[in-house]
Design a protein around this ligand. Structure first.
Ligand code: UGA
Length: 329
């Protein structure tokens, strides 16, 4: 089998590519290697992938329809679209970049799948489409977030673009029969993770004795989900489903301050917490209902926060020489 993974050098994309290679597939990892966060992490992931037989790298910007077509015409069994601008709070400051990458990008891929007869697309969405989860807006969508809950009250341009990507996928499935699995990811973390995300920062900041910047009081909750669990779910999502939207999240809601306390314990060092004002784009919680992933794909998360965070800490300490300099704020 031959797969195209866009965002293939990204945090989730690179793990998905590795899993597919483990299974004997041929993988083209396409990525524009942008500067949304420190590119040294991307270079690290790329070097690992390039050492593997069956992998090829293609520099691609999904916003460029001509370039997308040029790649898709080579023929793939499926496209896994993990290319995106992914920061919830950052999207408030630069919404256009999010619209271009996350809406125009998926449109280009859907058109290409139609035009070059690619039967399957896996599309990345986000728990942020659940917005304030009903407590803010009243009707529907009360936690835990189930796939059929209200998702038309996003709190950020990012969440709005992810919802729009889901809608486009449905329209193209309906019109052209493209088989689409949409995954809503819940705050994914793990080794070589995104340095704009909290758990990566917490590990670096505590290890290096830097202040741990907490937006708000730190009582917000996240169903932090380990990257290998997510990658396994994405690969399972390659099977034909028609059109489905599926949560990939953990079972456990954890308060930010409790996650920081766990990192302190794993690193054997105290955190110096500094509170800053929270962003209105930030969700207070994202509790996941994951029954559908089990029913449709037989998927369940296997790595709890303690185990996942200890693997993240181990990765950091092994790579500390350069990881300590990664830009985190
Ligand atoms: C994350 C990802 O950034 C999104 O790409 C993804 O779509 C989303 O999860 C999802 O999967 O649903 P978020 O939940 O905001 O978004 O994850 P973090 O950036 O790790 O933030 C978690 C919490 O930590 C937030 O409440 C945030 O305000 C807080 N935070 C973050 C801090 O207190 N300090 C920081 O320096 C960074």
């Amino acid at each position: 089998m031959r797969y195209l993974v866009t965002g293939g050098i990204g945090f989730i994309g690179s793990r998905v590519a590795e899993l597919l290679l483990d299974g004997g597939a041929e993988v083209c990892g396409a990525d524009n290697l942008n500067h949304a966060y420190d590119v040294r992490l991307k270079e690290w992931r790329l070097a690992r992938l390039q050492a593997r037989p069956g992998f090829s790298f293609h520099r691609l910007d999904v916003r460029d329809a001509g370039a997308v077509n040029g790649l898709l015409e080579r023929g793939f069994d499926a496209v896994i679209n993990l290319a995106a601008m992914a920061g919830v709070r950052q999207s408030v400051a630069e919404p256009r970049a999010y619209i271009d990458a996350n809406i125009v990008g998926v449109l280009n891929l859907l058109q290409g799948c139609r035009d070059y007869g690619i039967p399957k697309l896996v599309q990345a969405s986000s728990s942020s489409v659940y917005g304030g989860g009903g407590r803010v807006y009243g009707a529907g969508g009360s936690p835990p977030f189930r796939e059929d809950a209200l998702t038309d009250r996003p709190l950020s341009p990012y969440a709005a673009t992810k919802k729009a990507s889901e809608l486009l996928c449905h329209a193209y499935h309906y019109l052209n029969g493209t088989d689409v699995t949409v995954f809503r990811f819940f705050t994914v973390y793990g080794p070589a993770g995104r340095p704009d995300m909290m758990l990566f920062r917490v590990v670096q900041w505590i290890a290096e004795g830097r202040p741990v910047v907490v937006y708000g009081d730190g009582q917000q909750e996240r169903n932090f989900t380990y990257v290998d669990d997510v990658a396994r779910g994405v690969v399972a999502g390659l099977q034909p489903v028609g059109f489905e939207v599926i949560n990939l999240g953990s079972r456990q809601a954890v308060k930010l301050m409790d996650a920081i306390a766990l990192a302190e314990r794993l690193l054997g060092k105290k955190a110096r917490v500094e509170h800053r004002p929270s962003s209105p784009a930030d969700a207070a919680f994202n509790p996941a209902d994951i029954a559908k992933a089990r029913e449709v794909l037989g998927w369940e998360p296997q790595v709890g926060l303690e185990e996942g965070l200890s693997r993240t800490v181990a990765w950091y300490l092994e790579n500390r020489e350069w990881a300590r300099d990664l830009v985190t704020l």
